[in-house]
Design a binder for this molecule. Structure first.
Ligand code: ADP
Ligand code: MG
Length: 324
């Protein structure tokens, strides 16, 4: 006999992860959480629908990792610390093995990122996963998009383009899946299903950066959000963009440029640093405490512009991903 809703919750989702401040977790009408004095709540939610945000028949573990991590990336971009999350799960059928793999993967990430499941909802329907993460940030100190000033330096963590390259593996008109080596394929799928939420970097930056965003819709679009919210524009130097050498070897330069500038799903942080903190950021980068590179400066002129190594403006073809 298939499990009913209450048995599913009890068996798989009643206790997942560990965190402070849980007065009441899964099992009552609401979760009751204690917010430490001097902190504010940072709340974010993302829905992943099968066939739209991940391919049909993706593994339950992959789906779990991605669902939690894309939310943690938003928490990182605010300079917040994750503590709790909720899970609204819509399932087409009840499969013990699917639920086991899904909940175990969620548990692994919950433990490694220091958050705990405190509630949710379980319904029948087309496969969809909504996770909401709740975190805290020191009162009045969130790392918002609108804090950049003219002349602030722009930085990017990690490397760009791999998320978008991974997406083309799911595109039947792309031959990437056929030509990529097994090693490359694994790297790309890892990047797509297990993006690294830059929580450590976000914590370093909370007192040093003036603005931040996580790159989910592409560098041009997301840096554009920082620029617009700050009432500014941005100039970036294309040659400085961090691109892994194995990715450069994978496709024609025009594809790479497209992935790096307009592709989403990298979940790196793009952040701006005022001049007074630049030396400190540079020394953290030199000592490898912080994995980030300088890519340009905020400017008074609205819009995001790219320049080549000779300082010549490079025309951009399009803007970032639009959901509709
Ligand atoms: P209600 O009808 O009051 O919303 P539910 O029957 O939906 O209660 O849920 C019972 C309890 O189980 C609640 O505490 C709810 O937060 C929790 N819950 C339901 N589904 C999930 C889930 N997928 N993951 C975690 N907790 C869940
Ligand atoms: Mg409910």
């Amino acid at each position: 006999m298939p499990l009913d809703e209450f048995s599913i919750i009890q068996k798989y989702f009643s206790s997942l992860g560990e965190s402070q401040g849980i007065s009441l977790g899964v099992g009552d009408d609401c979760a009751i959480l204690d917010i430490p004095k001097g902190k504010q709540l940072a709340v974010t939610v993302d829905t992943l629908v099968e066939g739209i945000h991940f391919p049909v028949r993706a593994s339950p573990a992959d789906i779990a990792h991605r669902s939690l991590r894309v939310n943690l990336s938003d928490i990182a971009a605010m300079g917040a610390d994750p503590h709790w999350f909720t899970l609204a799960l819509t399932l087409p059928e009840v499969s013990d093995s699917w639920l086991h793999q899904f909940s175990q993967a969620l548990l692994t990430d919950a433990l490694s990122f220091g958050c705990a499941l405190v509630g949710g909802d379980t319904t029948a329907g087309p496969l969809s996963i909504t996770i909401q993460v709740l975190g805290t940030v020191s009162q009045g100190k969130p790392l918002i998009r609108g804090g950049a000033q003219e002349g602030d330096s722009i930085y990017i963590t990690g490397s760009l383009g791999e998320g978008a390259a991974a997406l083309s593996l799911f595109d039947a008109t792309s031959d990437l899946a056929r030509i990529a080596t097994k090693d490359t394929l694994n790297r790309l799928l890892q990047r797509f299903y297990r993006p690294e939420p830059r929580l450590k970097e976000g914590a370093y930056l909370r007192d040093l950066a003036s603005a931040a965003i996580d790159i989910s819709d592409g560098l041009i679009a997301d840096l554009g959000h920082i620029a617009k919210s700050s009432g500014l524009g941005a100039n970036i130097e294309l040659d400085r963009l961090p691109i892994a050498s194995w990715l450069l070897a994978l496709a024609e330069p025009s594809y790479i440029e497209d992935w790096v500038l307009f592709g989403g799903d990298d979940y790196e942080l793009c952040f701006t640093v005022p001049n007074r903190n630049k030396d400190l950021i540079e020394s953290m980068i030199s000592s490898r405490e912080l994995n980030a590179v300088y890519i340009g400066k905020m400017s008074k002129i609205p819009g995001v512009r790219c320049f080549d190594s000779r300082g010549q403006a490079v025309e951009l073809k399009k803007s970032g991903y639009q959901h509709f």
